[in-house]
Design a protein around this ligand. Sequence first.
Ligand SMILES: Nc1ncnc2c1ncn2[C@@H]1O[C@H](COP(=O)(O)OP(=O)(O)O)[C@@H](O)[C@H]1O
Ligand SMILES: [Mg+2]
Length: 488
Amino acid sequence: MLVWSVDGLRRLGRLLRAPAQSLPQFFLGVPLRLKIMGMAVGLIMIFAGFTIVRVHNNLTATMAIQLQNQSQLLAVELSAHARESVLIDDLYGLTNLLKNAVHNRPALRYAFIVDDAGHVLCHSFTGGFPGDLLRLTGKDNPWGSSPRKLLTNEGAVWDAFAPFGPGIAGGLRVGLAEAPSRRENGEFLQSLLANTMAVFGLAIICSGILTWLIMRPIKKLVAATQSIRRGDFNIQVVDAAKDEVGQLIDAFNSMARQLKKAQAERDEKESIRKEFLQRIIATQEGERKRIARELHDQSGQALASFMLELKVLERAEDREQFLTGITRLRSAITDEMDALHDLAVELRPSVLDDMGLLAALDRYLGDFRNKFKINATMVNLGFEGQRPDVAVETCVYRIIQEALTNAVKHAMALEVKVILEWRGDRLRGVVEDDGIGFDACCSHAAGLGLYGMEERSLLLGGSFSMQSAPGEGTMVIFEVPAVRKKAQ
Ligand SMILES: Nc1ncnc2c1ncn2[C@@H]1O[C@H](COP(=O)(O)OP(=O)(O)O)[C@@H](O)[C@H]1O
Ligand SMILES: [Mg+2]
């Protein structure tokens, strides 16, 4: 039984939870305009309903007290007037007095005089005294009791009794109808309701205008956001709002401007990248042509001359001529081997793969010094016998190679310093020359070399920068991520 009831409670809880959970969702989905208007209208309705009920209750309570007092005062006043006529037993005069009183006061429904036995002596009714009234007033209501409310077929009537006082038995009863006061209260409540409805209408109009004022810029913002989503960054929201929504619009406009700028930069980079790719392809083709020409013009020619030399040797007449030819041939072959070695090193130094970056750079700098008579030195820090990844080694080697070539080609440098520092997982390189320098910010796109250096660093997730000014030498700075691995 207990199990059933616990289960039942759980099910009831689930049933109640479902709408309770979906209710906030429902309200969140209601348009902003309806939320604001609904809130304004709802609050006014609650306030108006509460006020009208309170006013109605207060009016009813006040009316009851007033009617009670008025009926009692009236009874006392009329009994004082009637006292003389009662003393001389002037029933005609008394009847006139009561009828006039009822005639002159619309709320006064009746008045009559009773003796101490409860018999009616005279009254204000024209068509005879209603017997029920005497039963209602006489039996249940002892003399001198406070006014009380009688429910008659003509509506509620406040009945009050005033005794004639010392020396005269009996007294005077009056009945004050509640209907006129009730009608007055009803009219007052109606006018209150009409005013409330007017305020209600005004509130709907005001909240409508307010929501329109709030929604107008928000709608513009929504439309602009959708444009941005479609990739159109040329949008600016124009609105006179200076409040929080205005601030939001300003922030949105500046965001759109930034996006437009970033898009322009992206487009420019993309076109540079395309140009770079085309140049790379063209350079590769040029390089192939150069190698082909080199092989054809130099190695091909050399081999042809070796053939000729061999033919000459075949026809050598004596040993001395033969030995001289052999010596010449050996020297020519050695020259050709050196030339082929240079070509191979230029394409890809095998020492880079075999011995690593530092050894390859050492050899390159040695050749560089000999060839160009430039004092090129290298400092390395943090390698401690370790080698970075082969992609990093190639990247660093090529960047330094290009920087050194530029130092020869453009800088007319006398001294070049290479600094390599491997700290943690970042490898930082600096190539500094004391040459003529250049305006680094303006000639970035001038050559493939600078762009290639930057691209190589960025491709590995690193960074690249150049510092130079005419007459002040040049500094190439780059940094790439380099994970440590054991030297092989
Ligand atoms: N170390 C340097 N000293 C002086 N000028 C340099 C240096 N490096 C580059 N430059 C300038 O930058 C330009 C672009 O260089 P780069 O992109 O390597 O192209 P390239 O070497 O093919 O001309 C060069 O033409 C030169 O004017
Ligand atoms: Mg260059």
